[in-house]
Design a protein around this ligand. Structure first.
Ligand code: SAH
Length: 362
């Protein structure tokens, strides 16, 4: 049986074309678009502004939801991890991270990941498959509904980060389409300025991304300043080595407007990439490539049994930051969130732990 089309992943124009084929006028398509995105309704039956016959017709020919929330975990720090499944059984994870002045939702672009970074637990899943644009959007709708109530207004300033399972730039087309739909002012209206996409360094896609007219913020996961170490930590470096990656970063930097910056993420692994010399090497690398509109997010390693690394000591983290700053590089130490529920960076591996605090699934 062919799957019914998932209308959450349709742009407003695509939806209009779909309705035209059903013999329905455009304003009905617009109503459904608002229902799905602005009102965040997860079934046609809830769209009571549609005639009953149309709702029935839609139930037969299309669908609004494909993901199911299998479990939900809440951290002592308030972070929530949602473990979802696609209709064909693949895991998808999204994380809600509350902070004092704004909330962030971290979503997945793929189920699993192909990149095999040595310090990341998601790598252990391997790549299961790319998510569709509809599946990407649906994660955010489900999280928003859980946190702010179904159909409730999204507080201004909720940020999105494509830092969940997967490598967003290996699913570029669907990701960009999803972001486009989410930025529609008649829908979720989450504008690109509130979104950050993180890549492990898919160089051709960084160039493609730089050329986009409206695009989100960019973060690049670096974690080592030379090829020898980066080849080991992040095998993608064998395909696109450090100098090529930084040249792409420079090309991207040139397209930034005044006051805009982008980010390098650097996971600090105890006695692997956290020495004073390595901080100096990193500062030299940025200088060599004349990167100025850049900041470094230092991410303390989140350990796990299957990973052979350990976090740097707090003193070493601080020293690393100070060396960078002394050389004119802005660096920020990120506080891990949701470590106790496998929700922190690099911990998303569809973990289902009986000893985690589970709050009713859906
Ligand atoms: N594939 C993309 C998107 C994932 S973002 C990318 O790599 O950028 C996830 C971030 O968590 C990346 O910056 C990654 O380097 C970092 N990370 C992976 N494993 C980690 C771990 N065990 N502890 C801390 N950070 C980790």
């Amino acid at each position: 049986m062919a799957a019914r089309p998932h209308l959450t992943g349709y742009t407003r124009d695509e939806l209009a074309a779909f309705f035209a084929e059903l013999g329905e006028p455009r304003f009905r398509a617009d109503q459904v678009f608002r229902g799905l995105h602005e009102r965040r309704l997860t079934s046609f039956d809830d769209m009571t502004d549609l005639p009953k016959a149309l709702r029935e017709k839609l139930n037969e020919s299309a669908t609004t939801s494909t993901l199911t929330v299998e479990s939900k975990y809440t951290s002592v720090d308030g972070t929530r991890r949602f473990l979802m499944r696609t209709s064909d059984g693949n895991p998808v994870e999204a994380v809600f991270i509350p902070t004092e002045n704004r909330d962030t939702i971290c979503f997945s672009s793929q189920s699993g990941c192909a990149l095999n970074c040595d310090f990341c637990l998601t790598a252990k899943l391997g790549l299961l498959r790319n998510l569709t644009a509809g599946e990407i959007i649906e994660q955010i709708v489900l999280v928003l509904n859980d946190v702010y109530g179904a159909g409730g207004e999204t507080p201004h300033g909720t940020n999105l980060v494509a830092m969940g399972e997967g490598e967003p730039f290996m699913n570029f087309k669907n990701l960009i389409k999803a972001l486009d739909i989410m930025s529609d002012e008649k829908g979720l209206f989450i504008v690109p300025g509130r979104i950050t996409v993180s890549t492990a360094g898919v160089v051709p896609k960084i160039h493609e991304f730089a050329a986009l007219e409206r695009r989100p913020n960019l973060a690049i996961s670096l974690s080592a300043a030379n090829d020898e170490l980066r080849n080991k930590l992040m095998p993608i470096n064998q395909r696109w080595p450090v100098d090529e990656l930084l040249a792409a970063a420079k090309a991207f930097e040139k397209t930034l407007k005044r006051g805009e910056r982008f980010t390098f993420e650097y996971v600090l692994l105890g006695e692997v990439n956290d020495s004073v010399e390595q901080a100096e090497e990193l500062a030299r690398l940025l200088k060599k490539h004349e990167l100025r509109k850049v900041k470094i997010n230092l991410i303390p390693h989140n350990p796990a049994e299957q990973l052979e690394y350990r976090p740097s000591s707090p003193e070493q983290v601080l020293r690393f930051k100070e060396v960078l700053e002394a050389r004119g590089v802005s660096a920020y130490i990120r506080t891990p969130r949701g470590r106790d529920i496998y929700a922190a960076c690099g911990q998303l591996a569809a973990k289902q732990e009986p000893n985690l605090v589970q709050i009713a699934g859906r």
